[in-house]
Design a protein around this ligand. Structure first.
Ligand code: XMP
Length: 317
């Protein structure tokens, strides 16, 4: 039987033993795993843990600022690096989903490498790898934007010459959450829906522009906040909005409009391998749709995705 308290105690002692006075670098994503790994390491080695949190410009609305503030509040030694422009300029004109993922993975490594070079005498790289990642280290859809899938022989980035420490590698997701709770991490952070490494880039079908990112951030925020306000967020495994590469005709006052369509998606799942669409209440969908169309300039139509996985995947790209 898994007891989070015992796990924390043993792991902290092991980490202190293994890492001694060494410096460790860790990439925070805002997700549960990297956060729990960071707090655990921080408990063991304090300010010798250097965290890097990269804004790829494809996060949710205000997420970078909010999560960074939360990390500071937790006492973590974290540097926020806003690389939005670098990511968005490298992605300009790209519409192929796998190419988007590869670019984001590569730019992330460049940014992380540049940042870790600024830290002196770091000898370890910590990762929030959990047990399911260990057994299934290759994503169904190809490389994710996490560090682990980018091991390539020869020409290794500098930070990859570091020794690896993965304190959560024997844990399942629910155990990670329990450890996080024992460590006093905010339950809201521990209950966050999964969010893909390539972020909103794979929810903007077709090419990505800063304008499309901000439209989707607004739509997504209305949807996610609505789920929270209506007590539905915790009943859904993952939710988000997708910006479609089509315009449709609408009418506003007595003007014809020709604007973007967004799709909303909410699924129930245990591991993301299979998923059912969630039967969100019609009244809720009506409220969200009205809010989106009234508030988000450039969107005149909202549709709800009623496909399950398989055969549809959770993400559209
Ligand atoms: P799919 O779309 O394959 O998604 O049904 C299953 C789960 O994986 C997430 N996902 C990704 N996560 N990098 C990630 O880190 C990716 O490239 C990626 N693609 C999909 C997706 O959000 C869902 O939780």
């Amino acid at each position: 039987d898994f007891t989070p308290n015992a796990f924390v105690e043993e792991t902290v002692a092991d980490l202190q033993d293994k890492l001694k006075n060494d410096k460790v670098v860790l990439g925070l994503s805002g997700g549960v795993d990297s956060t729990v790994a960071a707090v655990l390491l921080h408990k063991a080695i304090g300010q010798n843990l250097y965290c890097i949190f990269v804004n790829n410009g494809l996060l949710r609305k205000n997420e970078f600022e909010n999560v960074l503030a939360q990390y500071h509040g937790m006492g973590l030694n974290v540097k926020g690096v806003d690389a939005s422009e670098r990511f968005l300029s490298e992605l300009a004109g790209i519409d192929d989903p796998e190419t988007k993922r590869k670019i984001i993975g590569r730019v992330f490594i460049d940014v992380f490498d540049d940042e870790s070079k600024l830290l002196e005498d770091v000898t370890w790289l910590a990762q929030g790898t959990i047990y399911p990642d260990v057994i299934e280290s290759i994503s169904v859809k190809g490389p994710s934007a996490t560090i682990k899938s980018h091991h390539n022989v020869g020409g290794l980035p500098d930070y990859m010459k570091l020794k690896i420490v993965e304190p959560l590698r024997m844990l399942f997701k629910d155990e990670v959450r329990r450890v996080g709770a024992t460590l006093g991490i905010d339950p809201e952070l521990l209950g966050r829906h999964p969010f893909p490494g390539p972020g909103l880039s794979i929810r903007i079908l077709g090419d990505i522009t800063p304008e499309k990112v901000s439209i989707l951030q607004e739509v997504d925020a209305i949807f996610i906040n609505g789920l929270k306000e209506h007590g539905l967020y915790d009943q859904v495994w993952q939710a988000g909005a997708i910006l479609l590469p089509v315009n449709s005709v609408g009418v506003m006052g007595d003007e014809r409009t020709y604007e973007k369509v967004v799709a909303l998606r909410a699924v129930q799942s245990t591991d993301g391998m299979t998923a059912d669409w969630v039967h969100l209440p019609y009244d809720f969908l009506m409220e969200i749709s009205n809010k989106i169309i009234n508030r988000v300039k450039g969107v005149n139509r909202v549709v709800y995705d009623i496909s399950s996985k398989p055969p549809a995947t959770i993400e559209w790209e």
